[in-house]
Ligand binder design. Structure first.
Ligand SMILES: [Zn+2]
Length: 279
């Protein structure tokens, strides 16, 4: 081989290696944390999780949420053995945390799975069998990310129009279905439209539900709808959103709607916690 070519090739490789190192260093944005000598020489794949997290959020035009506080040792909402099923719209807490719940399951946007993977914030999915049955696997991917699977009936009826036995079929039937598909029977139940009566409570209790979960805010396309007059998030609020796509969101995607929701949460100084840690 020509000597010149050999030298050129060696220089090119060296340049590539140096560029690679520079990019690595650029991605790791915490030089001050490195002043102590590490016990072990960091491997070339060494990663800074905080920088990675910031980059993942930036992909969606967001800043990372602060980590939520450690879950309470004793859950503030607990069904007494044999007692009525508690009905909740928020969780009693002084922490600036809210809970995200997403209902039904009509929209199955793969982009949303990527968004939730990038952000790593928890949500609880209240699923209706008639909405999810065309693609159980989609919600399986989200469940595998650690999101809660909860019950939202088999066919999404207004439960107030049904007798006790029909209500039981809707709730117990979906407990069974979700257990079959995702491994465990849900502990939380949300009645469609938030409509329930004492028969719903009795039915839910007999189906093994620990709490009926309503909400305080409802996410629209861009705006958050508040139940309280001050139009603000309060500590422990449960937020309702839906698996909805462009057809229902006037062209907006599920991911854009979610990013809008997260901005509302962030701009009010809240972070997102896991509902199942509190109920
Ligand atoms: Zn619904």
């Amino acid at each position: 081989m020509d000597k010149k070519i050999v030298v050129w090739a060696a220089l090119t490789v060296a340049t590539l290696l140096m560029t690679g190192c520079a990019q690595q260093a650029g991605a790791d944005a915490k030089p001050k944390a490195r002043t102590t000598t590490p016990a072990v020489t960091p491997s070339p794949e060494h990663k800074d999780p905080e920088a990675d997290r910031t980059a993942a959020y930036a992909r969606w035009g967001l800043k990372p949420f602060p980590a939520p506080p450690a879950p309470p040792k004793v859950k503030p909402v607990k069904r007494q053995p044999g007692g009525p099923v508690p009905v909740i719209s928020d969780i009693e807490t002084n922490e600036k945390i809210v809970f995200i719940t997403v209902d039904d399951g009509a929209e199955k946007d793969p982009e949303f799975v990527r968004l939730m993977k990038d952000l790593g914030i928890p949500m609880t999915m209240f699923l209706t069998d008639s909405a999810i049955r065309t693609d159980y696997g989609y919600f399986g991917q989200l469940a595998a990310q650690g999101h809660g699977v909860a019950n939202h009936t088999l066919t999404h009826p207004n439960l107030r129009t049904l007798g006790p036995e029909a209500q039981r079929r809707e709730i117990c039937g979906q407990q069974q279905k979700l257990k079959e598909k995702y491994g465990t029977a849900p502990r939380l139940f949300r009645p469609p439209y938030g409509n329930w009566n004492e028969a719903t409570r009795t039915a839910a209790g007999s189906c093994g539900v620990d709490a009926i979960v309503l909400w305080r805010e409802s996410m629209q396309i861009k705006n958050m709808q508040y139940q309280r007059g001050d139009k603000k998030l309060h500590p422990g609020d449960i937020i309702l959103a839906h698996f909805r796509g462009p057809a229902e969101l006037k062209g907006t995607t599920m991911t854009k709607m979610t990013v809008n929701m997260l901005r509302h949460i962030q701009s009010q100084g809240f972070t997102v916690a896991r509902l199942e840690d509190y109920v």
